[in-house]
Design a protein around this ligand. Structure first.
Ligand code: ADP
Ligand code: MG
Length: 258
């Protein structure tokens, strides 16, 4: 658990979903500032949905998310990797510099200090010398390094990472995991959606296990016990068949009784 008792996030009976179909429902509780929290669960558990809710990409169907001490637009959010990023005709340094847009605006030039920060961020992820390489020419690992450099520049107290290590090489995972550790040591809150339980056990003191609802939350070793994993699988299978079926208004109301 974090040394700081002050929450940075509070979930108040939160239900998120799409077109009124709940994907993850009735979340409650706080996340302490300075937490290093893993979010795990089966496919379709609502992990990505939860991060989208926190950044405000999705409005709650019910309940609320409260952010303490920062604005939504200042959250550093690394979405699940898509091919979209690499289709931009842009070189690494410009791609990384987008991390300063919230601070400088998209159309203002960067001063000397900003250019130095961009250079330092590129160095911190091991991409020095590749500043002028079009991002479409990068390997998956290099592109992920560039995305992490952008997060460095955002300098946010809250960092959300959605499956940051899917399909990238072991060296890159090691280097980027070290950055995550550093961010947390600097007092930032980091919430990462992850699949690799041994990585979670090694790096994340706290875990939230989701299966469209909270299965367990707390110290990683407790949360990832076989019993909880079994329960998560069971819930995912039980809901899997009609996961995408419309949920009528009556069902949503029925869930109030939880
Ligand atoms: P996870 O990240 O845990 O694999 P998601 O949060 O992506 O799961 O998805 C949770 C549920 O919401 C799934 O049933 C998924 O099909 C549904 N879902 C996700 N994105 C959308 C979308 N854009 N429109 C409709 N349904 C979606
Ligand atoms: Mg996901």
């Amino acid at each position: 658990m974090s040394a700081s008792a002050l929450p940075i996030l509070r979930f108040d009976n939160l239900t998120l979903g799409y077109n009124r179909h709940p994907a993850v429902h009735h979340l409650r509780g706080e996340i302490a500032a300075g937490s290093l929290l893993a979010v795990v669960g089966p496919n379709g558990a609502g992990k990505s949905t939860l991060l989208k809710g926190i950044v405000g990409e999705l409005r709650p169907i019910q309940g609320r998310i409260e952010l303490m001490g920062l604005k939504r637009e200042n959250i550093a959010y690394l979405a699940q990797q898509s091919t979209l990023d690499s289709s931009f005709p842009i070189v690494i340094s410009d791609f990384v510099a987008m991390g300063l847009w919230a601070e400088f605006g998209a159309f203002r030039g960067f001063d000397y200090g900003a250019r130095q920060r961009i250079e330092a961020a590129i160095a911190a992820v091991g991409l020095s010398g590749l500043e002028n390489r079009p991002i479409g020419q990068l390997s998956g690992g290099q592109l992920q390094r560039a995305r992490f450099a952008r997060v460095i520049l955002q300098d946010s107290p809250l960092v959300l990472l959605d499956e940051p290590y899917g399909a990238i090489d072991a060296n890159t995972v090691r280097d980027l995991a070290m950055l995550v550790r550093r961010w947390n040591a600097e007092g930032r809150t980091v919430i990462s959606v992850l699949h690799d339980f041994s990585h979670v056990r090694q790096e994340y003191p706290e875990t939230l296990l989701l299966a469209r609802e909270v299965v367990a939350r707390g110290a990683t070793a407790d949360v990832l016990c076989e019993e909880n994993q079994e329960r998560a699988r069971h819930l995912a299978e039980a809901q899997g068949d009609d996961a995408d079926a419309p949920i009528c208004h009556a069902d949503i109301t029925a869930q109030h009784h939880h």
